[in-house]
Design a protein around this ligand. Structure first.
Ligand code: DHB
Ligand code: FE
Length: 282
């Protein structure tokens, strides 16, 4: 059966990708952020996963407000990086794992989740940036196949944090029951605190971010029990993206080892974080 070897979390701020595009990695503004992500990438290089299930939100690039699925599963053979308005980026197309996508949808329906099924879509910075942080920038092909899980954290009503956590449990059952010897990682993306709009535009909360990074490993039940309003209040309206990390955490065992954690404020307007978790039993 397939094996889940790690749970990863990373922010997906678009200017991280833009900084790489412009060769700004070693500049004083960006070096502290990128240096802190090196161990996450090294973990992926050392542990060589075959498949990455990436939980992210589209930002009005592939879905717009006229059609917003609460949860959607990618069952495509490939996913092109979407052009968000600055032109095509020099990163390879993402190979999909359609067989696992279909298996996941099947297992989710059995678990009383009823996701949208997506067979053709382009993916935005929400997926691109964490992939670059964990796998670098390959010349021709990414080292993993991907299965995107799209979560609506944009158009209200957004799902409950507890529901995201349960989705992670169902995802784990799907990995455990997938007939293959592939090694999986699950990547939660988004956050940490940021608000890009309204009267609190520019809001960040380093204290809440650091508590989140600690508790996503040690006390995820606390984070899953919080309300959507708690997320918006503590992390900002766009900081509610953090509930997607609960999908990743729900897929992991209750007891985990933290292999790496990093926090940097700000990347653009956002508290930027990374975490690498392994199941303790492993
Ligand atoms: C920023 C952060 C995001 O999560 C996002 O989707 C877009 C922009 C930012 O901080 O600039
Ligand atoms: Fe975002």
């Amino acid at each position: 059966m397939a094996q889940l070897i790690g749970g990863l979390g990373a922010s997906h701020v678009p200017s991280i990708g833009a900084a790489l595009d412009k060769g700004l990695r070693e500049t004083p503004d960006w070096k502290p952020f990128f240096d802190g992500t090196v161990p996450g990438r090294a973990w992926c290089e050392a542990n060589r996963p075959d498949v990455a299930v990436v939980i992210f939100n589209d930002h009005g690039n592939a879905f717009f407000l006229d059609k917003v699925p609460t949860f959607a599963i990618g069952c495509a053979e490939e996913y092109r990086p979407i052009d968000e308005g600055w032109g095509p980026r020099a990163i390879p197309v993402f190979a999909g794992h359609a067989a696992f996508g279909w298996h996941l949808v099947d297992r989710l329906v059995e678990s009383h989740f009823d996701p949208m099924i997506v067979q053709e879509i382009e993916v935005d910075h929400g997926l691109q940036v964490p992939m670059e942080l964990f796998f670098g920038r390959p010349e021709t092909a990414w080292p993993v196949k991907i299965v995107p899980i799209f979560v609506n954290v944009i158009q209200y009503p957004i799902p409950l944090p507890a529901r995201c956590y349960q989705l992670g449990r169902a995802l784990r059952q799907a990995i455990d029951s997938f007939d293959s010897d592939e090694r999986f990682v699950v990547i939660g993306t988004g956050g940490l605190s940021h608000q890009l709009q309204g009267s609190r535009a520019g809001f960040t909360n380093a204290e809440a971010d650091r508590a989140f990074l600690a508790d996503i490993a040690a006390d995820p039940d606390r984070l899953a029990a919080m309300s959507r309003e708690d997320y918006v209040r503590l992390f900002g309206s766009e900081g509610a993206e953090l509930m997607m990390w609960l999908v990743m955490r729900g897929a992991m065992d209750r007891e985990v080892e933290v292999r790496h954690t990093h926090y940097h404020l700000p990347a653009s307007m956002t508290g930027a974080g990374m975490i690498v978790l392994e199941n303790r039993a492993a």
